[in-house]
Design a protein around this ligand. Structure first.
Ligand code: LLP
Length: 465
């Protein structure tokens, strides 16, 4: 219960706008910044300078499962899922599987009443194999193969998002008119939002969706309405990722309601669904702003009611697709320090046993992270160090200019919070290092969800020489 209260506070308006203070000089293992910031709500100091997450010591988990280790706080995932349902009781909340998916994760979000947004037959198959109800799954993607569409139909997914012209005929050909497929048309409202150009999909000049400006969206809608096997349920858009403001969503909503009104004018139909995608930002650093779910829920619902009243439309059923905001804060990556190098210029490199192989985000987007020593008390002053990975590239830096104890040494454990989204799901096999193990923690118990990838796994895929 205490956890629930603490977690819902994380979504309260105001908290996001009160950045935690920058790390103070002094012993770098002080726990003042542990609660709150980018850490799971359950994080608290444990015995022996360990840091407890979900009641389990990170150092203890590292001993048991080895490193690098990704620890997932099941309670954090569940409470974040629940917070969405509570904030938006009349909307449908689909967890965006691309942030991170495994069977346990599918169970947790299903049990919390969420649906699932998948973007490949891999995500779709894993979810359905785990028992996720296919009717609560939405499939999107800019290049769905015929095989993917066939699988989606065979499994009877609830909705498919049409993203390009070729898909309309391709999907229509698979569908018999007596068992129509519910579809949404993905439109581009012309709104730039998100932490990096690579993830801004709400504007023209990128590969997703049909631009509203210029009429592509209207044409696609007309073509879909012409297909008896396709039941056009509504419009979809996704602006970008790691968005911390509500404003871009309100502007997108305005554009989409205008389009709904045009559709009614031109075709005499009122589309009943509006999907605003995901993109809700989280804290990576204590000083980061985060998306304010409560503000989003209130302002979006109000605005939708106002705009629909102005246009004389029924208020459509709202859908949102958060990924990062559910999985990100629930994950902590735990690494072991393998080497500490103090350069003549005073620069320090602390090299750990993971890196860009398990977290490509710093190298791809310049993403910043916090990091702290766990499992050993240190009274040493703080020093500045780059936490670097073990891969063969100078750009393999996980945390630049981190504050760590000056007596940091090989064998120490470092924990990186906000590691639950777009790290494991984007992990690679670079240098044949193998992807890390994943453990779930809850109520003081840890269990392995995904075992570490070994070189044997790589060798097993080889079928010739
Ligand atoms: N819906 C659609 C259609 C999406 O394309 C995405 C993310 C989401 C929902 C979920 O967005 P979220 O709530 O997680 O921001 N690898 C990048 C992020 C790419 C996001 C891709 N699409 C990163 O690590 O920042």
């Amino acid at each position: 219960m205490t956890q629930l209260i603490a977690r819902s506070a994380a979504f309260a308006p105001g908290r996001a706008s009160a950045p935690a203070p920058a790390p103070a000089p002094g012993p770098a293992s002080a726990t003042a910044d542990v609660l709150g910031g980018p850490w799971p709500a359950s994080a608290r100091p444990g015995p022996g300078a360990d840091l407890l997450v979900g009641g389990v010591g990170l150092a203890e988990a590292a001993e048991r499962f080895g490193t690098p280790l990704y620890v997932l706080d099941e309670g954090e995932v569940r409470s974040r899922a629940r917070a969405y349902r509570q904030a938006l009781p009349h909307a449908e909340v689909l967890y965006a599987a691309k942030a991170f998916l495994c069977s346990a994760m599918a169970d947790w979000v299903a049990e919390e009443g969420l649906g699932l947004d998948v973007c490949s037959s891999g995500e779709l198959w894993l979810a359905v194999s785990a028992g996720f109800p296919a009717q609560r799954i939405l499939l999107h993607g800019n290049a769905k193969s015929p095989a993917e569409l066939r699988l989606a139909r065979r499994l009877r997914v609830g909705r498919i998002v049409i993203d390009g012209p070729a898909e309309i005929a391709r999907l229509a050909a698979l569908v018999a008119a007596d068992t129509p497929q519910k579809v949404l048309v993905r439109v581009v409202p012309g709104i730039a939002a998100g932490h990096h150009a690579a993830v801004r999909t709400g504007v023209g000049g990128q590969k997703f969706g049909f631009p509203i400006e210029g009429g592509d969206a209207a044409d696609a809608i007309a073509r879909v309405l012409d297909q008896p096997g396709l039941e056009l349920a509504g419009l979809h858009c996704h602006l970008g990722s790691q968005i911390t403001e509500v404003e871009p969503y309100l502007r997108a909503l305005d554009a989409l309601v205008r389009l709904l009104a045009q559709v009614r004018e031109r075709h005499g139909v009122e589309l009943p669904e509006l999907d605003l995608g995901g993109g809700h930002g989280i804290k990576y650093l204590p000083s980061d702003a985060e998306f304010d779910l409560a503000e989003f829920a209130v302002r979006l619902t109000d605005r939708l009611a106002v705009r629909c009243a102005e246009a004389g439309l029924e208020v459509p059923h709202l859908i949102v697709e958060p990924g990062r905001a559910i999985a990100g804060p629930a994950g902590v990556a735990v690494y072991r320090v393998l080497s500490v190098k103090h350069g003549a210029d005073g620069h320090c490199f602390a090299a750990v046993d993971g890196g860009m192989g398990d977290n490509p985000r710093p190298a791809l987007y310049g993403s910043q992270y916090s990091v702290r020593l766990v499992g050993r008390r240190s009274d040493a002053d703080a020093m500045r160090a780059d936490v670097v990975g073990r891969h063969c590239e100078a750009g393999d830096v996980l945390v630049r200019d981190a504050a760590l104890p000056a007596d940091l040494r090989p064998g120490d454990l470092l924990a990186v919070p906000a590691a639950g989204a777009y790290q494991l799901s984007m992990a690679s096999g670079y240098n044949l290092v193998g992807r890390p193990a994943v453990a779930a923690v809850r109520d003081g118990r840890a269990r392995l969800l995904i075992r570490r990838e070994t070189v044997e796994d790589f060798r097993l895929r080889e079928v010739g020489r």
